[in-house]
Design a protein around this ligand. Sequence first.
Ligand code: PA5
Ligand code: NI
Length: 180
Amino acid sequence: MPRQIDLASGQFTAGVLHEHTTTVGMLTGLFADQAAWQALPAGTPLYTVAILPAPQQEGELLSGVTHLYPGRVGREFYMTRGHFHQRREQAEYYFGLRGRGLLLLQQAGQCVLEPLFPGSVHYIPPFTAHRLINPGSGTLSALAVWPATAGHDYQALQAQGFGVRIMADGDGWQAEVQHA
Ligand code: PA5
Ligand code: NI
């Protein structure tokens, strides 16, 4: 039996899953407004990742869906932690399934924002940090496919983070450039 996904919702309807939810309390220092971050209940869910398991071996591929919920910490929209791959040379694909949001790519300090929407296809090249942001009013869901050996390096972004933050601006959003 093949595994199944409901492409409209991003929910896997069959297949063995590993699911993990990241909450507000897990993302110390990520959001610009520390007071607003502290005011939110630590257990507030920000995003859930459902992963189809594969052997952790060279040549294998992992796939998973990220569901990033709508919301803000102060003026800043909910986002994933963001990472480089431990194996920097390993690339990834994202496919937009549900909602409207942004994929932030950063390579050698240069930031690019790609709009993510149902049917959008995103190639994340090697050596490129990536993060999802949800400035919308509904859940943003994206399917990702990446080498099982890529690994996640969160540490490398801790000092400086990404070069832009996505902040509320009236009914919309604006990208605010960060100065080191
Ligand atoms: O492989 C990926 O890039 C995604 O599955 C992410 O891991 C997922 O979106 C969660 O983001 P992060 O790992 O930055 O917390
Ligand atoms: Ni990745």
